[in-house]
Design a protein around this ligand. Sequence first.
Ligand SMILES: [Zn+2]
Length: 374
Amino acid sequence: MKTLKFKLYEHKRSKHLKRMINAAGVIYNHCIALHKRYYRIWGKHLNCAKLQSHIAKLRKRNSFWQLVGSQAVQDICQRIDKAYQLFFKHNKKGVRPPEFKKVKKYKSLTLKQAGYKFLGRNRVKIGKRVYQFWKSREIEGKIKTITIKRTALGEMFMVIVVDNELEPEIKSTTGKIAGFDFGLKVFLTCSDGTKIDSPEFLKQSLNAIKKASRYHSKKLKGSHNRERARKNLVRKHEDVCNKRRDWFWKLAHTLTDKFDVLCFETLNLKGMQRLWGRKISDLAFGEFLQILEWVAQKKNKQVVYINQWYPSSKTCSVCGHILESLDLAIRQWRCPSCNSFHGRDENAAKNIQMVGASTIGLGDVRLAMPAIAV
Ligand SMILES: [Zn+2]
C-alpha cells in the first residue's frame, strides 16, 4: 500500500467538488444525529448496516445528497462506525465519541471503485466532470481508493491509495544498533553520543503567526478582510508544517543509513504535553516516528520500541544502579554506586539501546559505542 497525493488545478469547476464535500458533511452530521437519537431511545449502538440502508433510502429522495456517490455514503457510515468502535474500546483512556462537524470545515470524501475515471495524462473524471491535476509522479499499481480533500486554504487535493506488490528493496547493512532519547532542547540524543538539535521552526515563525492571528481576530466577522486574514494565517501554519515534515524525512533517511536497528521509548504524549506544554506539538515526535517507520520498512531496517515505564533516565548505564528519583531539571549526575558521570539524555539513550538490543535478541549487530570510553 502506498499513498500518493496530487494537487488539482485551481479552476472554477472545483466548486462542484466542494459542493460534493459539503453534501458529505451534511450526511455525516445526519448520521451522527441518528446515532445519538437511536441511543437515546433504545439505549444501544446503531449498527452500521442498518444505518447504511436507512441513509441509502433517504438519499433516493434528496437531490443534494445524490451529489455524493452511494459508495462514498457507505464510506461515511463506516468511518463513523469505526470512530464509535474506537470510543467503545478506549473510552476509559479518554477517547471521545464522534461529534458533529461544521460542514464548512468538513474536509474529505472517499471514493472506492466507482465515481471516477482516469482519462490519461493528467486528467481525471470525478462524477460528471473532468479535472486536471499536477502529475508529479506516475500512478503505478492497482488503485484502492481516491480521496478528494480540501485544505483550509480552499485548495483541492486528490489522495490515491494504490496497492503495489513490487516494493523496491534497498538493502545496505551497517550492523549497528542505536538507542534514542527524545528531548526538548535536543530533539534526539543518540547512544553513540551524537545530538540532533531541534530546529524549532514554529518558534522562529511564532511571531509571524501571532501577528497574523491578531490581525485575523481584529477583522469584522464575515468580511472579506477577515477571510483574507484567515488565509494568511493558515498559510503561515502550513509553512511551518511543511518545513518540519521535510526535515523529518531527511533525518529519517540519515538515521536509517547509519544504523540497522533503532530503539525508542514508546511515547506517553499526553503526559509529555502536560509536563512540557505547547512545545511538544512543535516537536511532533509522533509524526517523526511514523515517517521513520516508513523509511525503515523501505530500507529493511528495524524500529524497536521499549516500554515507556522503563526507568531509562534513572538507571546507570554502566553498572545498572537505579536512582530513587531524578528531577527533570538535573541534566548531569554521578552514579553513587560506580562513580561514573552521566549526561542525562545520553545515559537514557544508552539504556534504551541496551533494552532494545535485548528484546530483539541481539544477533550480528554490534553496539554503537562512543569512541572514547568513559
Ligand atoms: Zn553506576
